[in-house]
Ligand binder design. Structure first.
Ligand code: GLN
Length: 487
């Protein structure tokens, strides 16, 4: 059961072969057995989860089920969920119990899904290894000495280790795709504005976007059907007709034009990752696709541009944690200024502080034009690269990450080398495009490799089709980490 797809689980629930309570208990037991070594979850609340499962069973009994009714879904701890501790991986919010639901949480509730627990993440989603969490590092189920990627590392480890059938993530510069790649699962970051950010704790608002992380593209489509949709409470939520993201899954790929950016296959890419990606491209050619070389010349600017813009937005978003309204307050302080200083000094970890300092610097009078305005202009050029590329191809493919999972601690003291692990993902956020990662093999160290698929705006259904056809022809997404049964 733990390896079943969402569609299979949904079928078992509809046929009353299992109940949602049984299914939820199965995963809770697995979490109990394996979470102590993986640290994928920050908060669990079996009573709440099981109450939702009972309600789902009643819905199923009354023939009022929709595809995800009764399915347990792990929620990244960046989403506020009423009555649940919602920490964003930070000491600043370690005791914050949300009084309301994020739009994404509401949508899953409405669909009758079960909240299985809140997953671990890099503090305020800043990181690529899940080592910046106040709640400790997450381990990669494929190798407990390796990182699971970040910032949605808890969600990735939970799905890869089959502690949850599916999970949510968020992606500001790669945080769904990179951990999906490093743990051998499938994840999609939709077009900016497709999923409401209401109740999703803000990091860099013009880049943040939520999306599903699951075993397969088909499961991601079912998840996205629940997550997407207009929400007037988010001013950047797009008012569009509802789509069925699973509608095109079975379309053949004959004639598909795949663009291969020459900059993505250049220096800096590990040979083993390149080999797996090349093999995936060969598989696509067998499926009837053709490949064309394209160029994204401004890709090389994406890391510097991102590390001006994302910290700028973060420094503004994180100003709200002042120890007054909610969040951590230092136990001892002198005057009001001292209270602010001590609360923020004690409540935030060092990566978050680094970003706040960079952001405050690039926004300050005298530097604003040289850094922030310049970065905004370059952001436009990066988006234009993709605009021209999509005149030559339907989708773009390449590696998700330059290497397979690195070891815990390996990059912790070298922020720039850590930042480089998002070299292929960040431009997609800067352009607001959809991107996904699909498992496509294993590296020399036996750890998973991810293939990145980038689509044009609102082409999620097509991308999921492209990924699904590959998953019908290959079994990389079905390979399991050597965790043992645990239950
Ligand atoms: N690793 C990138 C960062 O640290 C991206 C994180 C994310 O997508 N949330 O900013």
């Amino acid at each position: 059961m733990i390896n079943s797809s969402l569609k299979e689980l949904s079928g078992l629930l509809a046929a009353k072969k299992i109940s949602s309570v049984e299914l939820t208990q199965t995963f809770l037991h697995r979490i109990e057995a394996l979470n102590p070594s993986l640290n994928a979850f920050i908060t669990l609340d079996a009573d709440r989860s099981l109450a939702q499962a009972r309600a789902a069973d009643a819905q199923i009994a009354a023939n009022q089920a929709s595809p995800l009714t009764g399915i347990p879904v792990a929620q990244k701890d960046i989403f506020c969920a009423q009555g649940w501790r919602s920490t964003c991986g930070s000491k600043m919010l370690a005791n914050f119990v949300s009084p309301y639901d994020a739009h994404v949480i509401e949508q899953f509730d409405r669909a009758g899904a079960v909240n299985l627990g809140k997953t671990n993440m890099d503090e305020f989603a800043m990181g690529s290894s899940n080592e910046t969490s106040f709640f400790g590092k997450v381990k990669n189920p494929w190798d407990l000495n390796a990182v699971p990627g970040g910032s949605s590392g808890g969600s990735a480890a939970a799905v890869a280790g089959r502690l949850a059938p599916a999970a949510t993530g968020t992606d500001t510069g790669g945080s769904i795709r990179q951990p999906a790649a490093l743990t051998g699962i499938t994840g999609i970051k939709p077009t900016y504005g497709v999923v409401s950010r209401y109740g999703m704790i803000a990091f860099a608002s013009s880049l943040d976007q939520a999306g599903p992380m699951a075993q397969s593209a088909e499961d991601c489509a079912l998840m996205l059907n629940v997550m997407a949709g207009f929400d007037p409470r988010d001013s950047t939520s797009l008012e569009r007709d509802r789509e069925d993201y699973a509608r095109d899954l079975n379309q053949p790929l004959q004639g598909l034009k795949i663009g291969l950016p020459k900059e993505y296959f250049a220096e800096g890419l590990s040979a083993d990752v390149a080999r797996s990606v090349e093999a995936a491209l060969a598989e696509y050619r067998k499926l009837g696709a053709e490949t064309v070389e394209i160029s994204l010349p401004n890709t090389r600017l994406s890391i510097p541009v991102y590390y001006v813009l994302a910290p700028a937005e973060a420094s503004s978003n994180l100003a709200r944690y002042d120890g007054v309204r909610y969040g951590y307050r230092a136990p001892e302080y002198g005057d009001l200024n001292d209270m602010y200083k001590k609360s923020r000094a004690q409540g935030f970890g060092s990566e978050v502080k680094r970003r706040i300092m960079i952001g405050t610097y690039v926004l300050s009078a005298g530097y604003y034009d040289a850094y922030y305005i310049q970065a905004q202009k370059l952001r436009r050029l990066i988006a234009q690269d993709f605009e021209s590329a999509f005149k030559q191809c339907d989708v773009i493919m390449g590696p998700t990450s330059p290497s397979t999972a690195f070891n815990l601690g390996e990059k912790s003291d070298d922020p720039v080398s850590m930042y480089l692990s998002d070299i292929y993902t960040i431009a997609v956020n800067l352009a607001g495009l959809p991107g996904m990662s699909v498992p496509c093999g294993f590296g020399d160290n036996g750890l998973p490799v991810g293939l990145q698929i980038i689509g044009n705006y609102f082409s999620e259904a097509r991308m999921l089709n492209v990924a699904h056809q590959y998953q019908l022809a290959t079994d990389w997404h079905l390979r399991l980490p050597p965790l043992g049964n645990g239950v």
